[in-house]
Design a protein around this ligand. Structure first.
Ligand SMILES: C[S@@+](CC[C@H](N)C(=O)[O-])C[C@H]1O[C@@H](n2cnc3c(N)ncnc32)[C@H](O)[C@@H]1O
Length: 415
């Protein structure tokens, strides 16, 4: 147990020791890699910026425990706030990063106490102190409303706003104010929402939700009476249910926050049985930022997935597959992309999707294909190109030609 936490002694509510699963580790790693790449890119390429603001509106306690499946050993894992604090502290040496703010909030008093304790500990690594940290302990709707003015005053900073509730609870009214009250804030903001649709609805919704507060959260998040949600989900498979929740959430997000569907990316996150548990939904005005998010998450999930698959004996992999098939009724063992994870994170699936989408089309330019990928909600354009070209050629008989002085052209056979 933690010996360096001043709140631990005699305090059973201390958050140290809160356990997380692989899905959360994937989320934290993705956020970290994205944030490592993100702030420097935005501030360096835009004159108006002198720094960044990272807001974690539901920040949790800042540190967790994860049990490694391979070794069965427990390790301490830092949450988003601590990772961002470290990244921004290192970036402060860059002359374009004159300002760096970390704004964190949680309605739970102990979570904020833990954050203070842990950030204080991290801060000893950096001298002089350069990242300004704002702590707050409020309900998220009230918090958002409260910080709009502070965000609008820091007009030379790009904002990354992280909304991570761990349950179905999206406060559209508050987010709408953030996006609509001040157009300058809206233009400087990237938004990441974790959408926990699979946390319980696949089980809870068909049986009805009894708890009135939970019912209200669902109805507010999906802007629909619970009975209507239940009707929409009737007879759907697990995969289709996730899709229904995702489509509904993205449609409301675009409408309420006045954003275009092609500005949105989403990435399902999986548990250790490779079932999708929630989505990370991303918005940015910048298509490059969106592509960076997609390629970062693709890389993170692939690395985890491959290392787990490699560590299992072949027979165990098959066993895992049949367990998963029990959850996803419509699929047969012959289906090639029978796991959700393969649909969202494999170049083989992307190639099949593209081969079908462009079926029979000849002379498609590299730019056309790239802009298709840029607009796509989950297929990245970076980090997959060579493998994608090879798979299109070898598995889908796509001819790729290049005349002198011209870019590549793709010729797709009829699928
Ligand atoms: C998934 S955890 C946050 C993890 C954190 N963002 C990270 O990446 O390390 C969700 C947190 O949201 C907080 N929370 C839930 N509902 C809230 C609300 N209505 N207002 C403020 N905080 C809330 C919980 O107390 C919990 O600590």
């Amino acid at each position: 147990m933690s010996h360096d936490c001043e709140y631990y002694n005699g305090n059973n509510d201390c958050y140290f020791g809160r356990k997380i699963h692989i899905g959360t580790v994937n989320k934290l790693d993705t956020m970290e890699k994205y944030i490592e790449a993100w702030p420097l890119k935005v501030v360096q390429f835009q004159e108006k910026y002198n720094g960044v603001i990272f807001v974690d509106a539901m920040c949790g306690p800042g540190e967790y425990v994860y049990t490694d499946k391979k070794t069965q050993k427990e390790k301490t894992i830092q949450g988003t706030s601590l990772r961002v604090y470290n990244i921004l502290s290192k970036y402060r040496k860059n002359p374009k990063m004159q300002k760096a703010y970390l704004m964190i909030n949680d309605h739970n008093e102990q979570a904020i106490k833990c954050q203070k304790c842990r950030i204080e500990r991290e801060s000893k690594k950096y001298y002089p102190q350069k990242v300004v940290v704002h702590y707050s302990q409020r309900d998220v709707s009230e918090y958002i409303e409260q910080i709009i003015q502070a965000l609008s005053a820091k007009s030379d900073c790009h904002i990354l706003f992280f909304y991570d509730p761990f349950k179905v609870d999206i406060r559209w009214a508050a987010l709408e104010k953030l996006f609509r009250r001040n157009i300058d804030v809206r233009n400087r903001i990237d938004l990441i929402i974790t959408h926990f649709h699979q946390n319980d609805p696949s089980r809870a919704i068909p049986r009805g939700i009894k708890d009135p507060q939970k019912r209200a959260r669902y109805e507010q998040t999906y802007e629909m009476q619970l009975e209507a949600i239940e009707n929409n989900l009737k007879n759907l498979t697990g995969y289709e249910r996730s899709k229904w929740f995702r489509d509904r959430m993205v449609e409301i997000m675009c409408r309420r926050l006045s954003i275009k569907p092609d500005q949105v990316a989403y990435a399902p996150i999986f548990n250790s049985r490779d079932s999708s548990v929630y989505d990370i939904v991303f918005f940015s005005n910048s298509k490059r930022a969106k592509d960076l998010f997609k390629s970062t998450i693709y890389k993170t999930i692939n690395e985890h997935y491959k290392s787990v698959a490699k560590s299992k004996p072949e027979s165990e992999n098959h066993q895992q597959l049949s367990l998963d098939l029990g959850d996803i009724e419509e699929l047969t063992p012959k289906e090639e992309f029978n796991k959700d994870i393969d649909r969202y994170y494999s170049v083989s699936y992307f190639a099949r999707y593209i081969a079908e989408r462009f079926s029979g089309k000849k002379g498609i330019s590299k730019d056309t294909l790239e802009s298709f990928l840029f607009n796509h909600p989950f297929i990245p354009s970076q980090g997959i190109k060579v493998e994608l070209d090879n798979t299109l050629k070898n598995d889908y008989q796509v001819k790729i030609t290049q005349k002198r002085g011209e870019g590549k052209r793709y010729h797709f056979p009829e699928a």
